[in-house]
Design a protein around this ligand. Structure first.
Ligand code: ADP
Ligand code: GLC
Length: 495
């Protein structure tokens, strides 16, 4: 099958979070299953392309016309890349905004991405199905089922939308309708309107053939008021077309056996290198080597409310009363940057923070820390906890979304389990899990058991990619295309 991915970020070209990891790894895994995959991304600053395949597309955004080019970004691991090239929109210092503020023309920028992707399917790379990701690509199904509905080439193209994060809607004032070239006739509550505003994600939820999200647990959670961000009713109404498929890990990039960024390689058979990585990490963060015996907690994250940093802020004093050291890497909300900066000033011997986006340091933390803290308020899938497992870095997580699906609480009696997990969203519950982890850390053999349990887990993409393959077939069957007829394909939906 020929599958066209559309997303606003993807490695090795652009990344702000886990979406980029998925947009790199899932196409590779699908190619290994025998599919053909191409990916459409914006050509951001620094993205290299080889040739121009379409010098000028005419894209109508409301009253104005734009003429982006489509550039060929070559083939990597069997995956074709195409870039939407429009320097005024995409050649900027950041992907989505600067100084904590979104670019005001984001609706036009990502409307153009969606329209250009449809044109790629029409003129450059004929596809059997379009798989789009998050609100930035959610206009693809909207446009396919409206403006392009009568198009002989793409009018019946099946569309699947993956929700990586229900917290980001792409919500804009109604005047954006005209600015982004969205058909006015779908501006009503059963279409793209959300309480008087334009909601890109909602449009995608309404018009896609199938919806997926990135863990089973999150597929259930987004049907509740607590996690639905106001769209839970709509998601419930589409539950028979919603599937939760857990993200995988690209172990060629995230394994202590072959990680080029870490000070010493190691494996479950020989863990000696992990201590070398810990010392290297302490040095990287300017913390004294005396911390080597102390449990070292690592954090790598976008500093966003989603990630549970208010719990850490609430219990920072109590955490630091324990015999523990902490390193944090991230950028985002100024108040959380401030939280870690202040902690580092108060506890210069035991706490250090790097306010940056730095992939090499992220790898060093996965390898060098003893524990990885992820107390998320919500977490659609989460990748870092799965990376941590492979590095023998024991996750401490809140039982939500993918964190709940991937981490099993340690059970001393049976020697089973891979981490520490709390349920209530409270500082107290988090603190208790941290204390439990610290208690077990003191017993070397017990700790080694937990590490090895985690290192033995396999979250590779293969199984998840096969589930996507099945889902694509079901989406094609719905539109009367593909090998399988209607009703012959069954996928386990969350209904
Ligand atoms: P989310 O997508 O919500 O940010 P995930 O756990 O799915 O969370 O993925 C986060 C990805 O981004 C991981 O690959 C992680 O290593 C990376 N990452 C996050 N913040 C940073 C940072 N400051 N520097 C380097 N990598 C980061
Ligand atoms: C989102 C989610 C994260 C998920 C990632 C990739 O950013 O916050 O949980 O792992 O997308 O699907």
């Amino acid at each position: 099958m020929r599958i066209l991915f559309v997303a606003s970020e993807g490695l090795p070209f652009s990344k702000t979070g886990g979406l980029a990891d998925v947009v790199e790894a899932l196409p590779k895994a699908l190619v290994q299953l025998g599919h053909e995959v191409a990916v459409v991304l914006p050509r951001y600053r620094g993205t290299k392309a080889s040739t121009i395949v379409l010098p000028s597309l005419t894209i109508s955004l409301g009253g104005k016309l734009r003429f982006p080019a489509i550039a060929d970004g070559t083939e990597i691991a069997g995956v074709r890349y195409f870039f939407v090239e429009d320097p005024a929109y995409f050649d900027r210092p950041q992907l989505y905004g600067e100084g904590g503020r979104d670019y005001p023309d984001n609706p036009e920028r990502f409307s153009e991405l969606s329209r250009a992707a449809i044109e790629v399917a029409k003129h450059v790379w004929p596809a059997d199905l379009i798989h789009c990701h998050d609100w930035q690509a959610a206009l693809v199904p909207v446009l396919l089922r409206t403006q392009y509905a009568e198009d002989p080439v793409v009018g019946n193209l099946p569309a699947v939308l993956t929700i990586h994060n229900m917290g980001y809607h792409g919500l804009f004032a109604s005047e954006v309708l005209a600015r982004a070239g969205i058909p006015a006739e779908i501006f009503h509550p059963a279409g793209i309107e959300f309480f008087g505003k334009v909601n890109f994600l909602k449009g995608g939820l309404v018009y896609s053939d199938y919806l997926t999200t990135v863990s089973r647990k999150y597929a259930q959670e987004i049907q509740t008021a607590e996690y639905g961000h106001g769209l839970d009713g709509l998601v419930r109404s589409r539950a028979d077309r919603l599937v939760g498929i857990l993200n995988g890990v690209d172990y060629s990039a995230w394994s202590p056996e072959n990680d080029a960024f870490i000070a010493a390689k190691y494996s479950a058979e020989n863990m000696a290198g992990k201590q070398v990585c810990k010392l290297d990490l302490l040095q990287e963060f300017g913390l004294p080597p005396e911390n080597r015996k102390r449990p070292l907690v690592g954090i790598v994250s976008r500093f966003a409310d989603q990630k549970g940093f208010d719990l850490i802020a609430e219990k920072a004093n109590e955490i630091m009363k324990e015999d523990v050291a902490l390193v944090a890497l991230g950028t985002g909300e100024p108040r959380y940057e401030e939280l870690f900066r202040k902690l580092a000033v108060r506890f210069p011997e035991r706490v250090a923070v790097r306010i940056a986006y730095d992939n090499a340091v992220a790898h060093k933390i996965e390898a060098g820390a003893d524990m990885f803290l992820m107390p998320s308020r919500y977490e659609p899938s989460g990748l870092n906890q799965m990376y941590s497992l492979r590095y023998g870095t024991v996750p401490i997580v809140r039982a939500t979304g993918g964190l709940d699906d991937t981490i099993e609480p340690f059970d001393l009696q049976h020697g089973a389990g891979t981490g520490f997990k709390f349920t209530a969203y409270s500082g107290e519950a988090m603190l208790q899990s941290i204390r439990e982890a610290l208690h077990h850390f003191a017993h070397e053999r017990v700790w080694r058991r937990i590490q090895l349990n985690g290192m033995a887990k396999d979250f590779s993409w293969q199984a998840s990619a096969a589930e996507y393959g099945k889902l694509y077939e079901a989406a094609r069957a719905l539109r009367g295309s593909g090998q399988a007829g209607r009703n012959q394909i069954s996928v386990a939906t969350s209904n």
